[in-house]
Design a binder for this molecule. Structure first.
Ligand SMILES: Nc1ncnc2c1ncn2[C@@H]1O[C@H](COP(=O)(O)OP(=O)(O)O)[C@@H](O)[C@H]1O
Ligand SMILES: O=C(O)[C@H](O)C(=O)COP(=O)(O)O
Length: 416
């Protein structure tokens, strides 16, 4: 294994694995660290650490990093959300600083840019499309409302040390100038450096200069230029293999409340059976997994949708009534148990919307690794794994995918 990545949620891990596979690295997505790595050139360890206490996120990330070091990795990538999903006391800073210490290195690029999905960084500020982060809808996220687009200022709330910055004009001034800028940041003691990028060429410029950086952090975009560095050193073996195709019934589970997920749920619901989870009934213990499982199986000929997706007002009301963390945990657990019941009842194609939701589903299925297939929409690949036979999955990041994503994904993760 050449490149080892640690992702703070499952859709993000899938998104990064997609980028690395598209750029020609034989990539495996691991559910947690440990066990046999098999024959891959890039390993992405999916964790569910984005919204847990920082100390726990650091411990789990260091365990994963040590496992990747044992697999022989030369370069390490800490992958978080392209919308920098975190909180003022969140985990991106502490995990990055702990990884710098473990890996014995003194600089980490901080670059969540992912232009293919509209995430761009200019003068240290994160844009989603033509909106600043705090006006993009991410300010309404149920767990990590993003209210400050200034990454340097926001990240500094989480770090021990000062946060540096390299702006677009330097990124575009050639490899020597960019290397010198990183050296200057090191000299200034800035171990985390927010680095501008507004298109894929910027990401490839940064990736090329970062060829010897032991640790890099960002969204999946920052990985675009990394496989080329390994190929230029004749380290890649053209090992990418096509994905096996499962056959069987499908279902869609969506716990994401993003603005795009709301559109996707509405679009899919027009032509397919759909079931909206009643959060109040769920919190009162009046809604059971078995009754929803029965409903899905009765409608399984039409690939039904089950969702908790709701508008920000509805989400806020539920959080006020039952507590943010309690609602989140209960809904995630419900989707995990539902997915397990469906797969063990013969469902062979599962499309999941939401990062935390996907983590709950994949962990409930107790699968150890997933293979990466073709990209369905930017940042979302088809995946395959084994549980009672071949299982096709798609783990959709909250705001990723076109409006018709669910129907498209069901067709691309297997056949009916
Ligand atoms: N109707 C709802 N009310 C409150 N919280 C919800 C609701 N539906 C989902 N959630 C919670 O919101 C969070 C959504 O996070 P996630 O699955 O990562 O979606 P995204 O990818 O959009 O960030 C999860 O913890 C989920 O359980
Ligand atoms: O947007 C990204 O970089 C990732 O794919 C991601 O982390 C999305 O997280 P979400 O919770 O699924 O929105």
């Amino acid at each position: 294994m050449l490149l080892g990545a640690i992702a703070d949620d499952f859709t993000g891990a899938s998104d990064l694995a997609n980028t690395l596979a598209k750029e020609g690295m034989a990539t495996t997505l691991f559910v947690g660290a440990g066990g046999k790595a098999g024959d891959c050139e890039a390993g992405v360890v999916a964790l569910k650490t984005r919204s847990i206490p920082a100390a726990d996120a650091v411990a789990q990330s260091l365990y994963a990093a040590r496992w990747l070091m044992d697999q022989g990795c030369r370069q390490f990538l800490f992958k978080y959300c392209s919308t920098f999903d975190s909180t003022p006391h969140g985990n991106i800073g502490p995990v990055t600083e702990a990884l710098l210490d473990l890996l014995g290195t003194d600089i980490a690029i901080v670059c969540p840019a992912f232009p293919a999905t509209g995430r761009r960084i200019f003068m240290g500020h994160l844009f989603v499309g033509d909106r600043l982060l705090n006006e993009s809808g991410m300010q309404n996220h149920p767990l990590t409302p993003m209210t400050d687009p200034d990454l340097r200022r926001f990240l500094r709330l989480q770090t021990k040390g000062e946060v540096g910055a390299i702006h677009l004009d330097t990124v575009r001034s050639g490899p020597e100038a960019l290397s010198s800028a990183f050296a200057a940041e090191r000299q200034a003691g800035h171990r985390l450096v927010v680095t501008d990028a507004i298109d894929d060429d910027d990401l490839r410029r940064i990736g090329k200069v970062a060829t010897d950086h032991r640790l890099i952090t960002g969204g999946s975009g920052i990985a675009i230029g990394l496989p080329r560095n390994f190929r230029d050193k004749n380290l890649l073996g053209n090992k990418v293999r096509p994905l096996p195709v499962p056959t069987g019934r499908g279902a869609v589970l969506c716990g994401s409340c993003s603005s795009m997920s709301q559109k996707q749920v509405a679009d899919y619901s027009r032509d397919n059976p759909h079931y909206a989870l009643d959060t109040g009934a769920l919190m009162a213990g009046k809604l059971t997994v078995s009754e929803v499982t029965d409903w899905v199986l009765q409608n399984s000929h039409a690939n039904p949708l089950v969702y908790s997706t709701a508008d920000p007002g509805t989400v806020s009301s539920a959080q006020a009534a039952f507590g943010r963390d309690s609602v989140a945990t209960t809904i995630e657990r419900f989707f995990g148990e539902l997915a397990l019941a469906l797969v063990d009842s013969g469902v062979r194609r599962l499309v999941v919307g939401g990062g935390e939701t996907s983590g709950a589903v994949v962990e409930a299925l107790s699968v150890r690794s997933l293979r990466i297939g073709a990209e369905i929409d930017p940042g979302v690949p088809a995946l395959a794994t084994e549980r009672n036979g071949l299982l096709g999955l798609a783990l959709k990041s909250g705001n990723f995918g076109a409006v018709d994503f669910f129907a498209k994904a069901l067709q691309q993760v297997g056949t009916a």
